[in-house]
Design a protein around this ligand. Structure first.
Ligand SMILES: *Cc1c(COP(=O)(O)O)cnc(C)c1O
Length: 395
């Protein structure tokens, strides 16, 4: 047991739990921190920004001193776009490793930015492997950067970023990581996994509310990024330089969101940092997956690839199962689940992140059991096509 077991609040005013990958269920303290107004230029708020940046950097662990943290207004995708535009030079070329919607979004972003790229599209969930990356890099010397998704939230797969990083640096290229849905719950220590920059946002594993993202990058990359960005507002170098000089954000900061996020960071620390947070999410996942499997549900992924962030289940083959009705009945019981994103078979997702613990996850399983009974679904077993699809992973 960890020394400080997290205090999980019951849902606020009877609101449902969000079993989603962010926005997610936040604590009462996080919400309460937004009850005050702050002047963006005031010393108090500047101190908050400073505190936030150094706390985020500290989460990197060993090797953090070579990095700096640059918050960016907007949702997570704004920060991804800022990272890609600022670190892939205009004459550079990126290899995007995609196995779901977020990888494809990075490729689309590069297209908008007019940056040359190659896409390795593994489909809905197959992991990009180190040897594949090595082969592509060997065959295309023009590639300067590789873009990887840490946890691909559309399936919940935890991609093998360590072996990807080894392949990238063995070939003398640079790695950029979208760790949006993993950072804060899964280690990304530069001393273990080399990379130049990563990006995450306020409303995922740190359990803040939505409103900004942040880029954590090597200082030498930040220096070198000057002039790369096509965009004024998404220029990471400009935001960084301005913040270093004045302590302020360049344009109106989401003050309340920052105040809430600081509260969330304090709770993250009290829970035991990345290890403590990741431990709770892992227990959430284990309890929920075991309970759902007992009901006959099957996960898309084998245990090896299951992240402690979000889990994809196949929809049951039983003709009485209709996802929209399952969703509504789960919501009535206080749980908002998430539709799946697989293109081949029907699926849904259950998130493990946010202010929830294993007791809540047991209630989720009970709610699913009752819902199946109400719908007249005798078996939660998936169709044969789903299991055939999954067999590809083992191949
Ligand atoms: C949430 C998420 C994003 C950003 O999505 P927004 O809707 O823009 O916040 C990007 N990548 C991954 C892997 C994510 O999970």
């Amino acid at each position: 047991m960890t020394a400080s077991a997290p205090q999980i609040d019951p849902p606020f005013l009877g609101e449902p739990y969000l079993l989603t990958p962010g926005p997610l269920t936040t604590s009462y303290e996080v919400k309460q921190a937004m009850l005050r107004d702050w002047g963006s230029w005031d010393d108090d708020f500047r101190a908050m920004t400073r505190d936030m940046r150094s706390r985020l950097l500290a989460l990197l662990g060993e090797g953090a001193q070579e990095f700096d943290c640059v918050p960016m207004q907007g949702s997570g995708s704004f920060a991804v776009e800022a990272m890609l535009a600022s670190f892939v030079p205009r004459d550079g070329k990126a290899l995007v490793l995609a196995n779901g919607a977020y990888g494809l979004r990075s490729a689309q972003t590069l297209q908008y930015l007019g940056r040359d790229y190659q896409l390795l599209d593994k489909g809905d969930y197959l992991p990009p492997r180190g040897d594949e990356v090595a082969a592509i890099l060997a065959s295309d010397p023009a590639i300067t950067h590789v873009v990887a998704i840490h946890c691909e939230t559309s399936s919940g797969i935890l991609n093998p970023v360590e072996e990807i990083s080894e392949a990238v640096y063995a070939a003398g290229r640079k790695l950029l990581i979208d760790s949006m849905s993993a950072f804060g719950a899964i280690e990304l220590q530069p001393s273990q996994i080399r990379y130049e920059a990563m990006v995450s946002s306020a409303n995922k594993c740190i359990e803040g509310v939505p409103g900004f993202g942040f880029v954590i990058a090597r200082k030498e990359e930040l220096e070198a990024a000057k002039g790369n960005s096509h965009s004024l507002s998404l220029d990471v170098h400009a935001q960084w330089a301005h913040m270093e000089k004045t302590g302020q954000w360049r344009f109106t900061p989401p003050t309340h969101v920052v105040a809430a996020f600081l509260e969330a960071l304090r709770a993250h620390e009290a829970e035991g940092g990345v290890e403590g947070r990741g431990g709770r999410y892992t227990r959430n996942r284990d309890v929920m997956v075991a309970g759902m499997r007992d009901l006959g549900f099957e996960t898309l992924l084998q245990n090896r690839w299951l992240s402690p962030i979000i889990v994809t289940f196949f929809c049951p083959a039983d003709e009485n199962f209709v996802f929209d009705r399952f969703y509504d009945l789960m919501k009535e019981k206080g749980f908002i689940i998430y539709p799946g994103k697989l293109t081949v078979v029907d699926s849904f997702r259950v998130g493990c992140i946010g202010q929830m613990d294993e007791h809540v996850m047991r209630q989720v399983v009970t709610a699913a059991k009752e819902t199946l009974a109400e719908m007249g679904v005798a078996s939660a077993a998936p169709p044969a096509a789903a299991l055939e699809e999954r067999a590809k992973l083992a191949a």
